[in-house]
Write a protein that binds this ligand. Structure first.
Ligand SMILES: C[S@@+](CC[C@H](N)C(=O)[O-])C[C@H]1O[C@@H](n2cnc3c(N)ncnc32)[C@H](O)[C@@H]1O
Length: 250
């Protein structure tokens, strides 16, 4: 995982800024109970999405492990919510005390036991009828929208990447085991997240975990294919991210 303390200073501007946050929050609100009085945004980061989930009369708590990200979230939420340091698997929140738990861009970053523990923890803090909303299949979204980069990377990902920790089926199974039932899906545009072929080639060489573990000759082939595409510096279309909601029965 990235060091989010270091990432904090340029996180918002490199993740689509307010346009991405608005789209994400809009999709969360579609899935949240309309009368939600208390919400925990787990892995709230800089709070750029969290602040858009606040509303008069609603208690909003952002939780994150990174002090650097929280330093940006706190002033953003001042007067409308709180931001506290904590782990998704041990939320500093009482049992059965909130109507919604959100995981925006968290579950793809952690391994399966942490995903399972985080979902169990969400079920613990939700009131009956409360909803957990999470991004699913986050990293495959980049490779779903038709295009030349997509054609190269989707095939490479299928060949080289391990199953995602935020795959829809896995999340559904873990949610069901925790007593949460499917309660709808929504999508949102990842503004500013479309990348150019040159940028993808750099990421394939330097950043993507499954290419860093791959045979260097295969990685070179993938990069050659990306670098042979036209318009090397033109960003390709923004991906569409998916959210899934799960409701606690009772
Ligand atoms: C990609 S950022 C997402 C931030 C925010 N949700 C957003 O959509 O802008 C991932 C965040 O997860 C936090 N994080 C990672 N593992 C965590 C854990 N186990 N518990 C709480 N936060 C965690 C990181 O510190 C980082 O701020």
């Amino acid at each position: 995982m990235l060091d989010y303390d270091l990432e904090a200073a340029h996180y918002d501007q490199t993740r689509g800024g307010v346009a991405r946050a608005r789209a994400a929050a809009g999709a969360v609100l579609e899935l949240m109970p309309g009368d939600c009085a208390a919400l925990v945004d787990v892995a709230c980061g800089t709070g750029i999405v969290t602040e858009l989930l606040t509303a008069p009369g609603r208690t909003v708590i952002g939780v994150d492990m990174s002090a650097g990200m929280l330093a940006l979230a706190r002033p953003r939420l001042a007067g409308r919510g709180t931001a506290v340091r904590g782990d998704a698997t041990r939320l500093p929140v009482a049992s059965r005390s909130v109507d919604a738990v959100t995981f925006m861009w968290l579950l793809h970053l952690v391994d399966e036991p942490v995903v399972a523990a985080a979902i169990t923890e969400a079920a613990r803090v939700l009131r009956p009828g409360g909803v957990m909303v999470t991004t699913v299949d986050k990293n495959s979204a980049q490779f779903e929208t038709a295009g030349d980069v997509r054609d190269i990377l989707r095939a490479a990902r299928r060949e080289l990447a391990p199953p995602p920790s935020d795959g829809m089926e896995l999340v559904r199974d873990l949610a069901t085991a925790a007593g949460l039932e499917p309660a709808g899906t929504a999508g949102y545009l990842g503004h500013g997240q479309g990348r150019s072929p040159r940028e993808w080639a750099r990421r394939v060489r330097e950043e993507i975990p499954w290419t860093r573990r791959a045979d260097p000759r295969r990685v070179a082939e993938i990069c050659d294919a990306l670098e042979a595409l036209p318009e090397q510096d033109a960003r390709r279309v923004d991906p569409e991210y998916r959210l899934a909601a799960f409701r606690l029965g009772g």
